[in-house]
Design a protein around this ligand. Structure first.
Ligand code: ZN
Length: 299
């Protein structure tokens, strides 16, 4: 970073990343003015031509599941957004389809609350093929035991902090050794505390405390969320034991899940970073993402 701002003008960070977004459900060009420079799309989206005002991004393309599995029956998901795998024999083809569409991450769903889920052999075959193709695997795990099944099969990341049950300390410790969790705490109630919010916050507190990697993510596109940084998500991360510096690390990962995401923008937060941690979140959400020429104009 070569731009020097005069003292008090603001802070400049690597472009903030929202690691769980559904671009097909929002107006993505609004995100940079809300502080988000980079996104990871976790299902339902394909590039529709060059648009310079888009955030930088990586994407998963389809949700890979079983016939009738989540989210194929959800009202917000179009039929073409899911890829159904009947058994292990279909797994390689399903992964190759996503890679051919430009996906750099595989999104699988294991939601036993909403329908049938992938069996053990199909799950292993999907993870094996994805890793063979260099794609990290992100799972939506929901329902008793699904997070543990995903972890045991070699899944790299959770699209949501596990929220169906309190995971045991030993399991959380093991997960912290090799997984990344995308936070999405605020989806549980959007500000009104729910049981799932408390469970997820407790799991995340121990995961982070054991050294697990956390990425800021909001599931933007589902629910009443601002197009940009979500104040409640940041407050929830602080509430789960992340320090302000930890929150910045969760937003600024240079290679989330080992992926290369372009970084044509930085994130600029006007004014001085408050010393009081209680004022940090309110300050941070005034951020906006700027191209480097836009930043130069400020300097
Ligand atoms: Zn999602």
């Amino acid at each position: 970073m070569t731009t020097h701002l005069s003292p008090g003008r603001g802070a400049v960070y690597p472009g903030f990343l929202d690691a769980h977004v559904h671009l097909a459900l929002i107006d993505p060009v609004m995100l940079p003015s809300g502080g988000i420079a980079r996104v990871l799309d976790l299902g339902g989206w394909l590039p529709d031509g060059p648009r310079p005002s888009m955030p930088d991004l990586a994407y998963a393309h389809q949700f890979v599941t079983v016939p009738g599995g989540y989210p194929s029956r959800a009202d917000w998901a179009e039929p073409a957004w899911t890829c159904a795998v009947s058994g292990a024999a279909d797994a390689a083809g399903a992964v190759d389809l996503q890679a051919a569409a430009g996906a750099s991450v595989l999104k699988i769903t294991l939601n036993s609350e909403a329908g049938p889920v992938l069996g053990g052999e199909a799950l292993l075959a999907l993870v094996g093929r994805a890793h063979h193709r260099g794609l990290p695997v992100v799972a939506h795990a929901e329902g008793a035991g699904e997070a543990e099944r995903a972890f045991s099969a070699g899944v790299d990341a959770f699209a949501h902090t596990p929220f169906s049950e309190r995971l045991g300390d030993d399991l959380v410790n093991a997960m912290a050794g090799r997984m990344t969790w995308i936070s999405t705490l605020d989806i549980h109630g959007w500000g009104s505390r729910t049981a799932a919010f408390e469970i997820a916050s407790d799991n995340l507190r121990r995961f982070h405390g054991s050294g697990g990697r956390v990425l800021y993510g909001t599931d933007l596109g589902n629910g009443p969320l601002r197009l940009g940084l979500n104040l409640r998500e940041i407050v929830a991360l602080l509430g789960a034991g992340l320090t302000p510096d930890d929150v910045l690390a969760a937003l600024c990962s240079s290679a989330p899940l080992g992926l290369t995401v372009a970084d044509t923008r930085v994130t600029f937060v006007p004014g001085e970073r408050p010393r009081d941690p209680g004022a940090f979140a309110d300050w941070l959400v005034t951020a906006r993402a700027l191209t480097r020429p836009e930043l130069e104009e400020l300097a």
